[in-house]
Design a protein around this ligand. Structure first.
Ligand code: ACO
Length: 468
């Protein structure tokens, strides 16, 4: 199979969001702390009427309907999530209800878990299946779904909620290139050891340095592999022949038209973009893009090992304010932030909501032939840098996705509600988390017509979903 990637996509997100500026007032934070300091605008939330399985049911059923996909043509479903409803039963199994009427039970795949990275593991699994000997010729669906909630305190304003469903197969308008640069390590920056709580254990400053360090390392690995592949191609070497080490300078942000990042909050995305420039400077200090740096600045930066610069505010500011940075950020990153500005962090769905945002913000005729860098990250930790390419022939399909997703209108229609309502919703979730034999308290008024919602959880913890 050729050109394996995303054939179609859709998103589900709740009806309600809260304004970060209102939240600053409500929590008595200093003015600008969430809106400027963290770069947040709004954050979506759901009460106990919705869970990640109802989100996933909505995203997948909408994908099947909007693109008139015959359920029997699906041979694999992978779900990436970190909002588990059960320690054993996959959310994927709940999705099988959508395929039961067609008697399609021959669908591989289960859930993939590691903080915000599960969706990328799920996508890699689906793509690898299609490119493997086990492929049966059918397409796959990948779902990225999370409800991001934090206990009261500093992290509460960087929550969010949403789900992305993607149809994966050959001949796609969004093709995944084969090189992945990956960094994985044993860290305790963000994890969920408490089964009785939805809230993560998070070391805020540590999670930021882990995110940036994993970006450095996965980008470096990606550059090195790209340089080796280019060299092999040039010398017509056999793919298994080791090549002499060549500096990983060949690939840079200049080779990308767009840069998409896992987006916990928008300020971190700005830092991540600047960090790629810092890495490009390390591998090619003489590049004209860095001509505005003084000799002293160059010497200072090059003298420090990258790990020592993760918390260095002066280097961070230097690369955030470097001459090409703003225009590079505005053209390469800003069109990818439509969803995160309205919905907040969607954990596993965040990076793929950036892709949906890009497709919704830039017309297909402009996207054709372009390449976008993708940085996936999950605490604990797992990070990968890879590239997707928009196929020229896919222009009409990209336009079709933009029209069918209707993101701009749907995001606009969300209800911006009072902070008290947001707090009540989180209290409801907290009160009923892990309970059996309950009917959720949340009102059906906050569920869109036709959407799945959680109707009840019986004495044996079995969840029942209905459609409004
Ligand atoms: N006006 C403007 N800027 C302000 C203001 C203000 N009134 N107050 C603070 N700021 C700035 C700070 O200077 C700081 O800027 P900097 O990033 O350039 O240093 C920024 O706002 C954040 O302020 P802090 O005081 O550092 O923020 P806080 O301690 O409240 O915590 C944090 C922020 C760590 C992100 C917290 O919200 C958190 O723990 N979040 C969850 C973890 C997370 O999202 N990690 C990211 C990667 S992992 C993942 O995806 C979950």
């Amino acid at each position: 199979p050729k050109d394996v990637g995303i054939l179609a996509m859709d998103m589900y997100f709740p009806l309600r969001c809260v304004s970060e500026s209102d939240l600053e007032n409500y929590t008595h934070a200093s003015r600008g702390k969430y809106t400027i300091g963290l770069g947040q605008e709004y954050m979506a939330f759901a009460d106990d009427r919705e869970d990640t399985a109802s989100f996933a049911l909505n995203a997948v059923s909408s994908l099947l309907t909007k693109y008139t996909i015959d359920p029997s043509t699906i041979g694999r479903i992978d779900v990436g999530t970190e909002s588990l409803l059960d320690k054993s039963k996959s959310i994927k199994t709940t999705l099988m209800d959508l395929f039961a009427p067609e008697n399609n039970t021959d669908i591989e795949g289960v859930d993939s878990i590691n903080a915000c990275y599960g969706s990328t593991a799920a996508l890699f699994n689906a793509i690898n299946w299609i490119e493997s000997r086990s492929w049966d010729g059918r397409n796959a669906i990948v779902v990225a779904v999370d409800i991001a909630v934090y206990k009261e305190g500093n992290a509460r304003p960087v929550g969010g909620a949403g789900a992305v469903a993607m149809l994966v197969g050959p001949g796609a308008p969004v093709v995944f290139e084969p090189i992945h640069g990956t960094y994985m390590a044993d860290t305790y920056d963000f994890y969920k050891p408490e089964m009785a709580s939805e809230y993560p254990e998070v070391d805020g400053p540590e999670s930021i340095t882990t995110y940036l360090h994993a970006l450095d390392e996965s980008y470096k690995a990606f550059k090195a592999k790209t340089a080796q592949t280019t060299k092999r191609r040039k010398t017509h070497d056999n793919i298994n022949t080791p090549t002499e080490a060549i500096p990983p300078s060949a690939f840079s942000l200049e080779d990308l038209d767009y840069a998409l990042f896992h987006s916990p909050y928008n300020k971190l995305v700005e830092k991540a973009h600047a960090r790629l420039l810092y890495n490009d400077f390390l591998s090619a200090p003489a590049s004209p893009h860095f001509a505005s740096l003084s000799d002293l600045e160059r010497e200072t930066i090059l003298a420090l090992p990258p790990s020592a610069t993760l918390l260095d505010k002066s280097i961070e500011h230097l690369f955030m304010s470097l001459h090409p940075t703003q225009s590079s950020f505005d053209t390469k990153v800003l069109p990818t932030l439509l969803c995160s500005k309205r919905l907040g962090n969607m954990y596993t769905a965040s990076l793929y909501a950036c892709l949906a945002s890009l497709i919704s913000s830039v017309p297909g005729r402009e996207l054709k032939g372009k390449r976008a860098g993708m940085y996936a990250f999950g605490g604990g930790c797992a990070g990968s840098f890879f590239v997707v390419r928009f196929r020229g022939e896919g222009e009409m399909k990209l336009e079709g996705m933009r029209g069918r997703m209707g993101l701009v209108g749907r995001l606009d229609e969300m209800r911006v509600v009072r902070c008290e309502e947001f707090e009540e919703a989180l209290e409801m979730r907290e009160r009923n988390h892990g309970k059996a034999g309950i009917e959720p308290e949340g009102s059906l008024e906050n569920i869109r017509l036709g959407a799945f919602y959680l109707a009840g959880i019986d004495e044996k913890h079995r969840r029942k979903y209905l459609r409004k």
